[in-house]
Design a protein around this ligand. Structure first.
Ligand SMILES: [Fe+2]
Length: 197
């Protein structure tokens, strides 16, 4: 099993500097590297399962942190590719957010409020069974995921995502900058695939 770090073609992002993005991308590449390292170590340790049982168990638990860190960053950076594009009012995602929250602005406020405290990920999940969204908070990369619910959008609210550009007290400005630069065509396509499950 081997994962390759994705390369992202990022435009100039108003509100998030290229230096900030470059440093952040290095962290993303670190998660990919450590997912691969963990699988390599587990394969080696499996040569003597009896002796290495507890070490292997701990490494598998570590995988949740590294794997989720890898995949969430791929959403985060991937949704900036192509530059800012608005969510089309005729899209299924627009209609579904409007139906549940009353409109895009009301949803965005509720989404932002979910990230009011702490360091981690702000995730918009969709439950295809109940046909409703959850504005969800994930501490670190791995604590608080809603089992089986696909992510529609993932916003990195770790300090490393913005501290080169913003003070800790300015994290809301960073959030707004990220949200203003999303390519919603990408997100709408992801939701369309999710909702069709
Ligand atoms: Fe990050």
């Amino acid at each position: 099993m081997h994962y390759e770090a994705r390369s992202f073609t990022l435009p100039t992002i108003p509100g998030i500097s290229s230096r900030q993005l470059e440093e952040h991308l290095k962290l993303y590449q670190g998660y990919v590297k450590h997912v691969n390292l963990l699988y390599t170590e587990l394969t080696e340790l499996a040569q003597n399962k009896e002796k290495n049982l507890h070490v292997m168990q701990e490494l598998r638990r570590r995988l949740g942190f590294e794997f989720n860190g890898m995949r969430l960053h791929e959403y985060y950076f991937g949704d900036l590719e192509g530059g800012a594009k608005p969510l089309a009012p005729e899209s299924a995602l627009f209609a579904a957010l409007k139906a549940q929250f009353g409109g895009m602005e009301a949803w965005r406020t509720a989404f932002r409020d979910t990230a009011a405290r702490g360091s981690g990920w702000l995730i918009l999940n969709y439950d295809p069974v109940a046909r409703r969204f959850h504005n969800n908070w994930v501490t670190n990369h791995d604590v608080g995921h809603l089992a089986t619910l696909p992510a529609v959008l993932a916003v990195d609210m770790w300090e490393h995502a913005y501290l080169l550009d913003y003070l800790p007290s300015e994290r809301t400005a960073y959030f707004e900058a990220y949200m203003d630069n999303i390519n919603w065509e990408t997100v709408a396509a992801r939701f369309a695939a999710t909702a069709a499950q």
